[in-house]
Design a protein around this ligand. Structure first.
Ligand SMILES: [Zn+2]
Length: 130
């Protein structure tokens, strides 16, 4: 399938939905996540619509390689010299329209995770005070 009318990523590729694009090739496009879970959180997707990365690898192995090459180029461009994480989301966990993404994270601990820890710690301390 070249594109899917209900897919938010296809709309980003088509320019119908704005995105902060950080990298683009003939076969891939990368943009910053709207709700970043790390200081650097970039989604890398193929320009053509696929349900998940396994389908990409099965249909176009060279496209799977393009995606990983894009991850490497973006990591260098973003200065992620200390390392980063690459995540592939698939199926229900990824939301029905968010079928594949790759995440580049500078830190293992995300701001959101730290905020949750602080909230939990605060509640524990309050319980001890009471
Ligand atoms: Zn799509």
């Amino acid at each position: 399938m070249a594109s899917d009318a209900d897919c938010i990523f296809c709309k980003i590729v088509a320019g119908e939905v704005p995105a902060d694009v950080v990298h683009r090739t003939d076969t891939t496009i990368a943009f910053r996540d709207l709700e970043p879970q790390a200081p650097t959180h970039v989604l890398v997707i193929p320009v053509r619509h696929y349900p998940d990365v396994a389908a990409v690898a099965a249909a176009e192995p060279e496209l799977a390689a393009d995606l990983l090459a894009a991850v490497g180029a973006i990591a260098k461009q973003e200065g992620l010299d200390d390392g980063y994480r690459t995540v592939f989301n698939t199926g229900a966990l990824a939301h029905q329209t968010v079928l594949m993404q790759q995440q580049l994270s500078r830190d293992g601990v995300t701001p959101a995770a730290l905020a949750r820890f602080r909230t939990a710690l605060g509640a524990t301390l309050q319980a001890l005070d009471g």
